[in-house]
Ligand binder design. Structure first.
Ligand code: COA
Ligand code: ZN
Length: 312
């Protein structure tokens, strides 16, 4: 039984910030191979205007394909009601909204204030409820996650007050969103801060606080993941090859690296449900799909230690 739930965000966070485009068929093969390695949840793209982020133009096609992979939870980022409607039309299992605690980043990223984004999330929760009522009362729309972006600092605004983060997480939980994530969009966080803010938010919203979305910009991605684990976090976003970063946050770079995250937890005896060797096969498809893009990963480059045994 896996104790760590990894959501692979490379096809979204990774490819949105890549210098090169990955062809649709290559994305599909890569996603399928990551699912075959035991990744249970993949953020496969985003429903944003294609003109804004051309790498995400094929998201509908990618979602439709990913839905054919057995047992895979298919996630898409959506920035507004229009994006939510596109995700609904495709049948994505889960959507995630980027809601910045930094007002400056919120305006740069989605051209809305944090408060306007909260209302956008609320409208989507209501839309889902109306749809459920029409379909006989079941709550059969996608799971709705709201991710508090720039929760640990912002390259545009600088310091993001912790009280702002806590207040925003509470407001988002009150919209009826199913789960809340905290995101270190620009890699400013340190382990002490991670423990403090996750603990504060958990005190307010309990188990609605789910994922840690961490970037490795200053090399603290794994240290921050471990700190989050130690205060009870079991859901982690990560990106194969360490691709990633928000194009509307200056200085943002890659996510915590999936391969290294899997190695860390497995070697600690904490099962992730992911097979490392099969993950390396998937990494080959990432390289094949976007060969000009530099990719990272300590464990993939060094190899597993002699005598390594996976947790499960
Ligand atoms: N998908 C596709 N098209 C969309 C859309 C969506 N989710 N939302 C809006 N549009 C279209 C509108 O229909 C309109 O089209 P038109 O010019 O043909 O009439 C156009 O885009 C502008 O719409 P508007 O509502 O004014 O959007 P905007 O220009 O103010 O941009 C967002 C707002 C939220 C759509 C945009 O800032 C965005 O997508 N941001 C997300 C960026 C991102 O992905 N960041 C990285 C992840 S953190
Ligand atoms: Zn990110």
């Amino acid at each position: 039984m896996r104790q760590i739930h990894i959501c692979e965000v490379g096809p979204r966070d990774g490819l949105q910030n890549a210098q090169h485009l990955m062809p649709t068929e290559a994305k599909q093969a890569w996603i399928a191979s990551m699912a075959a390695a035991g990744i249970e949840e993949i953020e496969v793209g985003s429903f944003v205007p294609p003109k804004l982020i051309p790498a995400m133009a094929d998201t509908a096609e990618i979602v439709t394909f990913a839905l054919t992979i057995p047992k895979l939870k298919v996630v898409a980022l959506v920035p507004n009601v229009k994006g939510f409607e596109r995700a609904l039309a495709c049948g994505a299992h889960k959507v995630t909204f980027p809601v910045s605690a930094s007002r400056a980043h919120s305006l740069a990223n989605v051209r809305m204030t944090p408060e306007q984004m909260v209302e956008e999330v609320r409208r989507c929760v209501e839309l889902r409820a109306q749809l459920g009522a029409k379909n006989g009362g079941g709550n059969n729309g996608p799971q709705i996650e709201a991710g508090v972006a720039t929760a640990f600092g912002c390259t545009l605004q600088g310091v993001v007050p912790e009280d702002d983060v806590v207040r925003l997480a509470v407001m988002l939980a009150e919209t009826g969103a199913d789960c809340i994530a905290l995101a270190d969009t620009v890699g400013y966080a340190n382990p002490a801060q991670i423990k403090r803010i996750f603990s504060r938010v958990r005190k307010e919203i309990g188990d609605k606080l789910e994922a840690a979305h961490l970037h490795n910009t200053r090399g603290l991605g794994l240290a921050n993941a471990l700190a989050a684990y130690e205060v009870g976090v079991r859901h982690f976003d990560s990106s194969m090859g360490g691709l990633g970063g928000c194009p509307f946050a200056p200085g943002a770079s890659g996510n915590v690296i999936t391969e290294d995250l899997v190695f860390m937890f497995e070697s600690m005896g904490v099962p992730t449900g992911v097979d490392f060797d099969k993950l390396m096969e998937a990494r080959k498809l990432l390289v094949a799909g976007i060969p000009q893009e530099p990719i990272y990963g300590h464990t993939p480059m060094a190899g597993l230690p002699k005598g390594f045994r996976a947790a499960a």
